[in-house]
Design a protein around this ligand. Structure first.
Ligand SMILES: CC(C)(COP(=O)(O)OP(=O)(O)OC[C@H]1O[C@@H](n2cnc3c(N)ncnc32)[C@H](O)[C@@H]1OP(=O)(O)O)[C@@H](O)C(=O)NCCC(=O)NCCS
Length: 132
């Protein structure tokens, strides 16, 4: 299967800011997690998995502050696959009135595909999907 890349955007509202008036890091991570989840959702459409869960977030780097009123444009790309795992690179670009796209934050996510059991719990499942 071809790799999957998705786009997702958010505008930074006052309630997303920290005490300095810039985007709170935890909010940024939450949005990046959603962007990764969207890529994984699309990637697993033909698989037998019911869903996928965030297993790890690595190499997160906050490179530039983002301010209230800025747009944040996310790009999430599936980079590799394991048996149940899926690796996703997420880049977050800030867009202001003056600049189109400045890389503000980057991270690597690992999701694990799961199946819902009869008792309501989730167990990992091989997704049998490869990119290449
Ligand atoms: C996801 C979950 C069901 C996986 O079950 P598990 O039996 O513990 O399986 P493991 O996590 O050991 O391994 C699953 C895969 O993740 C990989 N993995 C485990 N830890 C990892 C890490 N730190 N970084 C990257 N990959 C990792 C394993 O190598 C394995 O990959 P593979 O199947 O492709 O070979 C379980 O860990 C879980 O429920 N975690 C909580 C998830 C959660 O609540 N997320 C937040 C909300 S979405």
């Amino acid at each position: 299967m071809n790799s999957v890349t998705i786009k997702y955007s958010q505008i930074v509202m006052p309630q997303d800011a920290n005490i300095l008036g810039t985007l709170f890091g935890g909010q940024m991570v939450s949005w990046m997690d959603i962007a990764a989840a969207k890529a994984v959702h699309r990637f697993l459409k033909e698989s037998k998995a019911d869903a996928a869960l965030t297993r790890a977030i690595d190499a997160i780097e906050f490179k530039e502050p983002v301010h209230v009123g800025n747009w944040v444009n996310f790009e999430a790309r599936i980079t590799s696959t394991g048996n149940s795992s899926i690796s996703i690179k997420v880049d977050a670009y800030k867009e202001t009135k003056l600049v189109q796209n400045i890389l503000a934050c980057t991270a690597r996510f690992t999701f694990v595909s799961v199946k819902k059991m009869d008792d309501g719990t989730y167990q990992k499942v091989d997704h049998c999907m490869v990119i290449g």
